[in-house]
Design a protein around this ligand. Structure first.
Ligand SMILES: CCCCCCCCCCCCCCCC(=O)SCCNC(=O)CCNC(=O)[C@H](O)C(C)(C)COP(=O)(O)OP(=O)(O)OC[C@H]1O[C@@H](n2cnc3c(N)ncnc32)[C@H](O)[C@@H]1OP(=O)(O)O
Length: 213
């Protein structure tokens, strides 16, 4: 079912969400540690047993779905459970997006070894995921907001992890419910590592909800 963008989904319990964000960051550290660990087998088995116990504790009270999107009291859109930006989702980098004075979106990114695809470089699908969200945010910044219809990535250079880089996105044109948007991923030295173009479609229900805001 299409989410109703007009309605805040959850008022938000700031203190508990802050604690959940700390837990999510700890789990990211855990994932990174798992990817790089070289401890002996007995230690792996012992840590696994500890994690089974911790997992069971968290499962004692479960939601049906991750934390949903919401409009904060100061009018910002946030989605703590999102796979790319969600502070409370360990899967998310999380990507921290800023709006540019020109009306687009940008983010500073440092990929981690966890994101490896080809040797010593970031997985192309992870890069596409980052573009998908950042380009979607740029569409939202333009006042449209929609779902990805198509996304095309040109991978110019292998993307290293462990090095800061910058991604930019900006809308190139719009026509009715369709918005075309472009983005780049650039190294700290200014080399364009990857480029993306996408077409976002604003679902008819969203167009009505956005018009009402
Ligand atoms: C300001 C406040 C903001 C608030 C908000 C904040 C948001 C903060 C940022 C979030 C950023 C998230 C960024 C992550 C974005 C995902 O990850 S989205 C997930 C991946 N994408 C999906 O799941 C989309 C799945 N597809 C669908 O749901 C539907 O196919 C779509 C895309 C909504 C289109 O359905 P529809 O509205 O029924 O489309 P329809 O009426 O058939 O077609 C409309 C037009 O679009 C064209 N079209 C439709 N689909 C396509 C397509 N796939 N390719 C090309 N053209 C297409 C049609 O040909 C038609 O063109 P015209 O004939 O008008 O020229």
């Amino acid at each position: 079912m299409m989410p109703d963008l007009a309605q805040p989904q959850e008022s938000g319990d700031g203190t508990r969400f802050a604690a959940l964000a700390v837990l999510a960051q700890q789990v990211r550290d855990l994932v990174d540690a798992v990817v790089l660990t070289d401890v002996p087998e007995e230690e792996l088995t012992a840590v696994t047993a500890d994690l089974v116990a911790l997992t069971e504790r968290l499962k004692e009270s479960r939601r049906a779905a991750p934390l949903p999107h919401e409009w904060t009291p100061d009018g910002r859109f946030r989605h703590l459970g999102n796979a790319v930006t969600g502070e409370c989702n360990p899967h998310a980098l999380p990507l921290v997006i800023e709006r540019t004075p020109e009306g687009g979106s940008r983010a500073e990114i440092t990929f981690r070894p966890t994101h490896e695809g080809p040797p010593a470089a970031v997985h192309g699908g992870v890069i596409a995921m980052i573009f998908d969200h950042l380009l979607g945010d740029a569409v939202a910044a333009s006042g449209a907001a929609g779902l990805t219809g198509t996304l095309s990535v040109r991978y110019r250079r292998p993307v290293p992890y462990g090095q800061p880089m910058t991604a930019h996105a900006a809308v190139s044109r719009g026509e009715g419910r369709k918005t075309w948007v472009e983005g780049t991923l650039t190294s700290a030295g200014g080399t364009v590592l990857a480029e993306a173009t996408a077409l976002f479609i604003t679902p008819a229900q969203w167009a009505e909800a956005l018009g009402a805001r």
